[in-house]
Write a new protein. Structure first.
Length: 84
């Protein structure tokens, strides 16, 4: 038997959840290569293999490779061509 679906509701004060669905909106990756990270610059989640690292304030951060704009254009072109 399955559990009834839990709806997320925000209380009137707007600061707390009355009930919250457990888990993450991102699927768990089976392998390290399928894991996603968010870009430090644009915040878009991409697979780690399509990202590069850059130093910001002395710490390496994951960013879109070669650039955020190029990654967005590539994603739009692949969707238009029927890819995922």
């Amino acid at each position: 038997m399955s559990k009834p679906a839990t709806k997320t509701k925000i209380l009137q004060d707007g600061l707390h959840y009355q009930s919250k669905v457990s888990g993450s909106p991102f699927n768990a990756a089976v392998s390290f290569g399928g894991a996603t990270m968010s870009c430090f610059l644009c915040g878009t989640h991409r697979v780690r293999s399509s990202m590069a690292t850059r130093k910001f304030i002395g710490k390496s951060q994951a960013v879109c490779a070669p650039s955020c704009q190029a990654a967005k254009e590539f994603a739009a072109a692949s969707v238009a061509a029927g890819g995922s």
